[in-house]
Design a binder for this molecule. Sequence first.
Ligand code: BES
Ligand code: ZN
Ligand code: MN
Length: 505
Amino acid sequence: MSTRTARSLGPDLVLAGTVAKRAEILVVGLTSGPDGPEIALSEGIVDEDVLAEILDSLIAVGATGKPEQLTRVPAPSALSVTSVLAVGLGSADRLGSEQIRKSAGAAARSLSGIDTVATTLSILDLGAAAEGFALGAYSFTEFKSSMTAPGPDSQPLARVELLVPSPRTKETKATLARSAAIAEAVATAREFVNTPPSHLYPAEFAARAKALGVEAGLTVQVLDEKALEKGGYGGIIGVGKGSSRQPRLVRLEYASKKRGARKVALVGKGITFDTGGISIKPAAGMENMTSDMGGAAAVISTVVLAAKLGLPVNVVAYVPMAENMPSATAQRPGDVLTQYGGITIEVVNTDAEGRLILADAMVRAGEDNPDYMIDTATLTGAQMVALGNRTPGVMGTDEFRDRVASISQSVGENGWAMPLPEELRGDLDSKVADMANVTPHRWGGMLVAAHYLKEFVPEGVQWAHIDVAGPAYNTSGPWGYTGKGGTGVPVRTMISVLEDIAVNG
Ligand code: BES
Ligand code: ZN
Ligand code: MN
């Protein structure tokens, strides 16, 4: 088990009405406009003359307010902080929560080595500022030994004082509590993704998921390889059998106190490492396949978060976990397996393993009679070809797919609805089994994978499938509140969908 505490997952977030003595830096937002940059909405908390002095200094060193631009100037002597950091917000008329989240994140990333800052970004949007600071300050340091230990200058930001006009109202406190819980869940998902495959393998992943779930009051069951074999989980067994580390299926249930609440099933792909199996992947970039449990990480974090927020909706989460390895015991291209529930599959390509473990879990989840089902997975390279690295593909039953995509847009995770063209389904037909796990061609690979999963969605259940192959893991430079490595996508989409279902059914 990791010895990291929840504390190290992000800075302390506290509400404040005035800039306290212990804050070293004041972070303000700077909008750009036709008449030059302006400090966004800080009146009342910072004196107007002081603001004018800060703005003059910022303009003198070339600050324009363009999105995420960082400019640090010495603080006017009237303030107790030593400097002011301005972060660009772009045009004031186009300012939304996601820009505030990104700008707060960019500021937080630049503040390593600092203990405490105060910010006025929270006056614009408390929740977005809190999430942006918390997520931007996240960093994964578990495997930095004392040999190369980062000095005090690279310790992440420890404390953020969020300035608001009325820090003591119930509503303000509730807004911060929700955002802090969301940020912690995203950080938890990132932590799972960032933990290398040497340390996170199915049994260990299941044990950590169980510990988190039990701590949050969930009912947790773990099926080991014997139980999976006995239960007929042919997909999970087939994928897992090339590895010396045995597969698992974890079930985490959150039962809300509300009578008649809707039930949502969440299913997340938990391949702790994907070599491709016998259909082995090329060496270049294979190390990124440590992220192939990003869907599982998000699902575990989301069901735990639902419990912590006490949402009036029932959630049952299924997380199949396996390591996809080539070996003398691995499944072969051409093998036939039987998915949980009885559908037989010709495994033409052992690298299309995600759908095999998800199908078992989705059929099992259907036995809990959910109203809705969301599955999420780092499922296809084709997702990145179609939509790039930051835009999840959302497929499923028409209405729910559009609802999930639209909520994903509103929280800044930017999922995009994609079709399931009917003609692609036939290409999964097999001569020897009920279905093959791949098509003989590479067209529409993301949509083909969704067609495969659709066969395992129970009748009458509203379903959304979120492919996060690119978005779950950032292999390029940091941006906004997203550092390198695990991103925690799509935790914020899924929790917002659960909240929406809790309110609107
Ligand atoms: N885990 C991969 C998909 C992936 C690729 C995730 C790149 C993140 C980055 C998945 O198991 C896979 O290998 N998919 C194959 C499917 C193909 C064999 C039909 C792919 O996309 O190439
Ligand atoms: Zn995979
Ligand atoms: Mn694969």
